[in-house]
Design a protein around this ligand. Sequence first.
Ligand code: CMC
Length: 392
Amino acid sequence: SGLITLDPGFKNTGSTKSAITFLDGEKGILRYRGYRIEDLAEKSTFLEVAYLLIYGELPTQEEYAKFSKDITHHTLVHEDIKKILDGFPSNAHPMGVLSSLICSLSAFYPESLNPNRDKESVNLSIIRLLAKMPTFAAWAYKNEVGHPVNYPDNSLDYCSNFLKMMFALPAERYEVDPVVAKALDQLLILHADHEQNCSTSTVRVVGSSQASIYASISAGINALWGPLHGGANQSVIEMLDAIKADGGDTKKFLDKAKDKDDPFRLMGFGHRVYKNFDPRAKIIKKAADDVLSKLGTNDPILDIAKELEYAALNDQYFVDRKLYPNVDFYSGIIYRALGIPTDMFTVMFALGRLPGWIAQWKEMRENGEPIGRPRQVYVGATERDYVTMNKR
Ligand code: CMC
């Protein structure tokens, strides 16, 4: 094992060459296929960004029209999937429901199990994933609140359709607020890809065994779920609520985060790669102000968040460790203003990250990458003689 380099958490290990996302953690740069995240967030739409990530180029008008039409056409899901949904208890976390429903697509479309299928067939799976994920996400929520599910409305754009499936009730008229749909679209763009993060690496490793794309994406959803990754957006709001309930003393929580005997961390702070600032956090902070004022919402936790950010950025502990607010620090505040319940925040992240996972899976397969199989440094017992149970 002398040849093996140990790198727990892969802090310094490149697992692949990739032409999808460029990230410079020192300079706070993020680009998808060469396009600045700031420009995409301001000028593009989520589906356009999805196309860019997956196929490598911004779509022409015709390409975009076909792509969105194809996605719209596949939003409906097999009726039997409702039976799977019905089997979940109402307290099931929507991330678990989402990953299960996505994985179930491998049963409804078994051709996805064939690693040698043609490009058209793979592309159809990609379209199906993008089309059905919002339906599953909204249905996971409906299961939780005990409301009947809504079917997709193909007259609406991607985010408006999702919002309607989430919030419309049979007894009430529901109109999608365009401010809400636009804000959601921008959040999804900001989450769309982030090179070899934990969930993306998971998608690539699972896919490298030539498991189906549905199984690979489902695994990515599970990796995203944890509080150190996508689950952080839920944890941030819970933390801010806890600070508020405790009287709003941010310093007390800052001290807790610095205390090495206390497992508490400042959620939404720190990043494996960004060591100066997270460019997505900058855009989101401004968006939080804009969206809340447009919607006329006054959420006291936005003030707590700003106070906490200011205090941390001026605290030696955080300065020394180069800990800055990450994408999740302000995203939850916007989700909350949009009416998204807290335990759906990570599901929203998954909706956003889906094109990135797909693009990375596709690149990995097209480049014929070998199976992902890290090595280890063994530190257990050396050879031992077996002792029968009655002698132990
Ligand atoms: N609060 C307090 N201390 C922290 C924090 C934090 N949020 N983050 C890192 N540190 C400390 C850590 O204790 C360590 O200190 P020391 O050197 O004294 O032992 C030092 O900073 C380096 O941290 P690390 O854990 O070695 O860094 P990492 O690259 O392994 O972890 C991280 C990165 C994002 C998991 C971590 O910063 C963290 O747990 N942050 C809070 C959770 C969070 O916001 N996650 C979302 C990440 S961004 C979006 C996403 O990926 O989903």
